[in-house]
Design a binder for this molecule. Structure first.
Ligand SMILES: Nc1ncnc2c1ncn2[C@@H]1O[C@H](COP(=O)(O)OP(=O)(O)OP(=O)(O)O)[C@@H](O)[C@H]1O
Ligand SMILES: [Mg+2]
Length: 266
C-alpha cells in the first residue's frame, strides 16, 4: 500500500501511432493494482478509443458523456477489479475528435475531483502533437513517452518532447521503449533520443523501461484479455511489472513536489 503518497496522474503518449501505448497503459494499471494500489484507468483517446476492446467489454456510456449528457464522471466508471476502475471513451466518432480544445479541457476539469480517490490515474492518450494530447499530457505530473526503435518513432517522439518542452515548459520526460528484440536494442534507441534532446533542447530525459517484443502481447489483444491476466509470467508482463515498481519508487521520491490537485490545471 502507498498510503501517505499524493494521488499521481500518469499519461502514456507517443509521437508515432501503434507503438503499444494502450497495451502498456492497460497492463501498467493491472501491475500497479496488483501492487496494492487504487487505480483509475482512463481512455483519453477521445473518439478513437480502444481500451474497451482490449478488455473485451462493451460500455454503454463513455468519458464524452461528461459533456454530452452532463454526467458525473464517477457514474461512468466501470469496476474491473477490487480497487480498479475504468473510464472508457467512445470510438469512431469523428465529431468528438474534432471537439474544441475548451470542451476537452472541461472534461479534465470535471474529472479532477474524482482522481483523489485513486493512488494512480493512468491516461491512455493518442499519438502525435495534436492539441488535445499536448494539453492532457501537460496536465499530468508524470509523462511516459512510448517509442520503438524505428527512426520515425524516434523523430516523432522528439517532436512531442519539443512541443511540450517549448510550449508547456515541461522538464521531465520518462521514456518506455517497446517492441525491441532485446534490452540492448532498447538501450540504443533510448540513447539516440537522449542525445538529440540533449543536443537540441539541452534537456535530459529518463529511461523508465524497455519492453521486448513478445507474441503473448499479440495473443492477449487477439483474445481481448489483458496480458497480465492471460500470461502473467511472460517476458513482456514481467517487464511491465518492473516498470510499475519503478513508478512507485519514483512516486515516493517526487511526492513532496507533487501538487495537491491531481491534475495540473492552470
Ligand atoms: N511488446 C510487444 N510485443 C509484440 N507486439 C506488441 C507489443 N506491444 C504492442 N504490440 C503490437 O502493437 C499493436 C499496437 O499496440 P497498441 O494498440 O497498444 O498501440 P497504440 O500506441 O496504443 O496505438 P494507437 O496509436 O493506434 O493508439 C498491438 O496490437 C500489438 O500487436
Ligand atoms: Mg492506443
Amino acid at each position: 500500500m502507498n498510503e501517505g503518497l499524493k494521488p499521481l496522474a500518469i499519461s502514456i503518449l507517443s509521437g508515432k501511432g501503434g507503438v503499444g501505448k494502450s497495451n502498456i497503459a492497460l497492463n501498467l494499471a493491472y501491475a500497479l493494482n496488483e501492487l496494492g494500489n487504487r487505480i483509475l484507468l482512463v481512455d483519453g483517446d477521445l473518439g478513437l478509443a480502444n481500451l474497451d476492446i482490449m478488455l473485451g467489454i462493451t460500455p454503454n456510456k463513455s468519458i464524452e458523456d461528461i459533456i454530452k449528457q452532463d454526467l458525473d464522471p464517477k457514474d461512468l466508471f466501470i469496476n474491473l477489479e477490487k480497487d480498479f476502475d475504468f473510464l472508457p471513451a467512445a470510438s469512431g466518432i469523428p465529431e468528438v475528435v474534432d471537439w474544441d480544445l475548451d470542451i476537452k479541457r472541461m472534461i479534465m476539469e470535471r474529472l479532477n475531483g474524482a482522481l483523489k480517490d485513486y493512488n494512480y490515474t493512468i491516461f491512455d492518450l493518442g499519438a502525435g502533437i495534436q492539441d488535445s494530447v499536448i494539453m492532457f499530457s501537460s496536465m499530468t505530473p508524470l509523462r511516459c513517452i512510448v517509442i520503438t526503435n524505428e527512426p520515425t518513432s524516434l523523430t516523432d517522439a522528439y517532436a512531442v518532447i519539443k512541443v511540450l518542452h517549448m510550449q508547456k515548459e515541461v522538464k521531465h520526460f520518462f521514456i518506455i521503449v517497446n517492441m525491441v528484440k532485446n534490452q540492448k536494442e532498447g538501450m540504443v534507441a533510448f540513447e539516440r533520443l537522449k542525445k538529440v534532446c540533449e543536443k537540441f533542447l539541452n534537456l535530459k530525459i529518463n529511461l523508465l523501461g524497455i519492453i521486448e517484443e513478445d507474441k503473448e502481447v499479440v495473443n492477449s489483444i487477439r483474445y481481448q484479455t489483458p496480458l497480465l491476466k492471460r500470461a502473467p509470467n511472460s517476458k513482456a508482463s514481467l517487464l511491465i511489472k518492473e516498470i510499475g515498481e519503478k513508478i512507485i519508487y519514483l512516486h515516493k521520491k517526487i511526492n513532496p513536489l507533487i501538487s495537491d490537485s491531481p491534475l495540473l490545471i492552470k
